[in-house]
Write a protein that binds this ligand. Sequence first.
Ligand SMILES: Nc1ncnc2c1ncn2[C@@H]1O[C@H](COP(=O)(O)OP(=O)(O)O)[C@@H](O)[C@H]1O
Ligand SMILES: [Mg+2]
Length: 399
Amino acid sequence: MNDIANRPADSQDLKRQIRQLESIAALSGGIAHDYNNLLTVIMGNISLAVEHVASDSKLSDLLEQALAASRVAKTLTRRLITFSKGGQPTKKPTDIVSLIENTAAFSLSGSNIRCELGPSNGTWSAFTDPQQIGQAIHNLMINAAESMPSGGTVFIGFENLTVESPNSILAPGRYIDIAIKDQGVGIPAEHIEKIFDPYFSTKAKGAVKGTGLGLSISYSIISNHGGEITVCSRLGVGTTFHVLLPASESAADAVEPAGVKKTPPISKKPVSGKGRVLVMDDEAMIRELTGNMLGHLGYEADFAEEGRCAVRKYQAALEASVPYDAVILDLTIKGGMGGQETIKMLKEIDPAVKAIVSSGYSDNPVIADYEKYGFCEVVAKPYEMVEFSQKLFRVINKV
Ligand SMILES: Nc1ncnc2c1ncn2[C@@H]1O[C@H](COP(=O)(O)OP(=O)(O)O)[C@@H](O)[C@H]1O
Ligand SMILES: [Mg+2]
């Protein structure tokens, strides 16, 4: 036996690993945000180009394929951003059963793996950051699927659990115990202490290439939630991960539906409209793209590079009796006033201002709670014509 392989990670080790993970997270987060801006320009222009060609042409076909690939790139960027958030989660009462159900369906879609959910009646709601927990569970589901190359079933069980006396990891309190059980190859005893280490992977040579970051990300997310993740495994029989997450304090809390925000069903066609729209973005490429989109849709566009300029223009337009029908504000402006302060000032000038917040930072609290901050709508970057046009139309025409 090799005693290095069996060495349990002590808390110093763990701290070092988490620090290492945090610096990777910071790096990938920076890249992801820049990448997201570029992706906005790529997706926006392709979706605009689609509008200019006959829908049954070969060219339209090719553009649709490029769009489909950029949608995948968009998902990857989202994941990187979620991962990079690292640090403290933004927690709220969460319907953990539907969050997990949706995540599992997403993770396993298109695979040969079935998912079976155990009884969940009466399962407490959890107190989590749904995006982060979605990511943590997704990583476990992907591992479960990869452990069953010729197909199988993942069982997911829910149990309420009360911890009476504190242990080294968990504070006393109410938890939800989520068991994720596969029928896969199992984990050899000499690996079990290492699976949560960053970069530990047995998939380097197989058909699927591993990064060795999946479990370490899940681990750090769950620890940041005051929860715990444990594993037991039998070779050739399967592996079960238990994830313990703190329950929401009041059982009657309003529970957010899991997954993405409630958006009304979206049809496939961009909606044209009329009116004057002020676009604030610090990226010239994005101002140009949004201007082109607006022009194509029938709007008149005006631009500001940062908040003060936007406020000045808004005020001037009001005074000249040619007010803007809507403003689209980027949340983060490098070296200038961003969307959150800008909307405050605009509200003072015109309480009825119709503002859309646009951002690549999908994890920003302003995005999650845009109405509270004074916005009517949110468009997450990267956006496409259809979504963009429909949201703008609804905001301007109050439908
Ligand atoms: N459900 C599972 N069944 C079998 N082995 C697993 C399972 N989950 C994790 N492992 C082992 O833990 C290692 C680390 O997992 P992870 O951190 O997700 O990295 P990766 O999947 O990229 O290899 C995997 O390479 C695999 O050896
Ligand atoms: Mg993995």
